[in-house]
Structures are given as structure tokens and as C-alpha cells.
Design a protein around this ligand. Structure first.
Ligand code: SAH
Ligand code: DHB
Ligand code: MG
Length: 227
């Protein structure tokens, strides 16, 4: 089966299940106009993130990798009015585009963009949780560089409450995840992530392959167990 068939089916599913709206299409338009790479989650993936966050009643969400805030807006839709979302972005240009789209979607009151490398920002969030100025996160979406995914997962487990979900995007990448001898830093990073899934006793994880308008990839879903 061809990838054009996968894309056609994705278009059908989107047409059947997702009503286009200005907050999301505006975010894509602004990202495209600013020359950001079109690597955001698909509409169906974004809606899945929203449903998962809503299903667990998430009030506090962490995202690692903002780009133009497309996934951010889907996730913000899961939050109650007094909920909050922190999203981390290393590229100031991406963060600027994201802030414009977050404002246009009317989420500036509950979404905060932290500009910096995630490995620098995550310890700051840990300090904030330790000092009590914020609670632990109910839901984490990991979607930045793939090289540091093991470290992002380890930090996410520390920053999340028992019962939290951690979703990691792009864990299959055209099937390259099975290449044990790969020299691609992203593949090495992804395989290190699976070592983390296997050895982290505080979590249980499953991973699924996906096809669609983003090609062949997959995501992992981890549950942080009760303490
Ligand atoms: N979650 C977005 C897509 C994110 S693309 C969506 O689905 O809409 C990955 C983003 O991670 C890019 O914007 C990239 O600049 C950012 N990124 C890459 N390395 C990073 C790092 N070390 N720390 C924080 N962000 C990083
Ligand atoms: C890339 C990154 C992503 O997060 C994604 O979902 C697809 C592609 C990339 O860096 O190419
Ligand atoms: Mg991704």
C-alpha cells in the first residue's frame, strides 16, 4: 500500500471527524508564512492528544518542543479554564510564531512558552515544583530533538504526578528504530529511550506504529504508576 493511500485515508478521517477552525488553521498559516518546517502533529494526532489529556482530567500540561504551537493549541483545549500548559522551545523564532498563534487562539492566559533548550529549562521546572510554586504535571508531550529523548523521558517522570501520561512522538521514524547498528544520533537516541522505558520501574509503556499524512512513524504512551 502506498503512502498516498495513507494520506488519502488521513484526509478522509479528518474530513469525517474534525471541523476546521481558525485557531488551528491560523497557527498552520503563520508557521508556513514564517518558514517553519511543516513537522507538526497531524490533525488526527492533535485531536488524540486532546482526548487523552481530557480523559485523565489534566489540569497541568508540559510540552517539550513547541514549533508553531499547533500541538500546543490542541492540548490547551483539554484544559479547564484554570488549567495551565508550559511548552519549551529552543528557537526564539519558533517561540515568537507560537506566541502569536497562542494569543490568536485566546490561550495566552493559560499557556506559557519557555524559550531555551529543554535540558536547561527542565531543571528550572523541577525547582519550581520543589519550591511549591507549581504542581507536578498531569500530562507530558515529548516532541523536540530525538537525540535527547531518554533524558526528556527521565525528566518527565520526575516532573509528573502518579497517574500522569507521557506521550513521546516519532519513536519509529520509517522503521529505523530497529537498526541496532545505526550511527544516526536520532536513532541512537530513540533506542536509548526504549532502554529507559524498559528499565524505569515507575512507568509502564506501550508504543504503536502509525501511517498517515506524516508518512510512517509511531508514538509511545507511558503511564506514571502510583507511588
Ligand atoms: N510539537 C510541535 C512540533 C515540534 S517540532 C507540534 O506538533 O506542533 C520540534 C521543535 O523542537 C522545533 O520547534 C525545535 O526548534 C524544537 N527543539 C529542538 N531541539 C530542542 C531543544 N533542545 N530544546 C527545546 N526545543 C527544541
Ligand atoms: C521531525 C520532527 C518531528 O517532531 C516530527 O513529528 C516529524 C519530523 C523532524 O525533525 O524531521
Ligand atoms: Mg513530532
Amino acid at each position: 500500500m502506498s503512502s498516498s493511500r495513507w494520506a488519502a485515508v488521513d484526509a478522509y478521517l479528518e474530513g469525517a471527524l474534525i471541523t476546521p477552525d481558525e485557531a488551528l488553521t491560523g497557527a498552520l498559516r503563520r508557521a508556513d508564512a514564517a518558514g517553519l518546517p511543516p513537522i507538526q502533529v497531524s490533525p488526527s494526532q492533535g485531536k488524540l492528544l486532546q482526548i487523552l489529556a481530557q480523559a485523565i482530567g489534566a489540569r497541568s500540561i508540559l510540552e517539550i518542543g513547541t514549533l508553531g504551537a499547533y500541538s500546543t493549541i490542541w492540548l490547551a483545549r483539554a484544559l479547564p479554564a484554570n488549567g495551565s500548559l508550559v511548552t519549551i522551545e529552543a528557537e526564539p523564532k519558533h517561540a515568537d510564531v507560537a506566541l502569536a498563534s497562542i494569543a490568536a487562539a485566546n490561550y495566552s492566559d493559560r499557556v506559557e512558552v519557555r524559550v531555551g533548550r529543554a535540558l536547561d529549562v527542565l531543571p528550572v521546572l523541577a525547582d519550581e515544583i520543589r519550591s511549591g510554586s507549581r504542581g507536578p504535571f498531569d500530562f507530558v508531550f515529548i516532541d523536540a530533538d530525538k537525540i535527547n529523548n531518554r533524558a526528556y523521558f527521565d525528566w518527565s517522570v520526575r516532573l509528573a504526578r502518579p497517574g500522569a501520561l507521557i506521550i513521546t512522538d516519532n519513536v519509529v521514524r520509517d522503521g529505523h528504530v530497529v537498526d541496532a547498528d545505526s550511527t544516526d544520533p536520532s536513532v541512537i537516541g530513540t533506542r536509548a529511550l526504549f532502554d529507559g522505558f524498559r528499565t524505569e520501574a515507575r512507568t509502564v509503556t506501550s508504543a504503536l506504529q502509525t501511517v498517515g499524512n506524516k508518512g510512517y512513524d509511531g508514538f509511545a504512551i507511558s503511564l506514571v504508576l502510583p507511588a
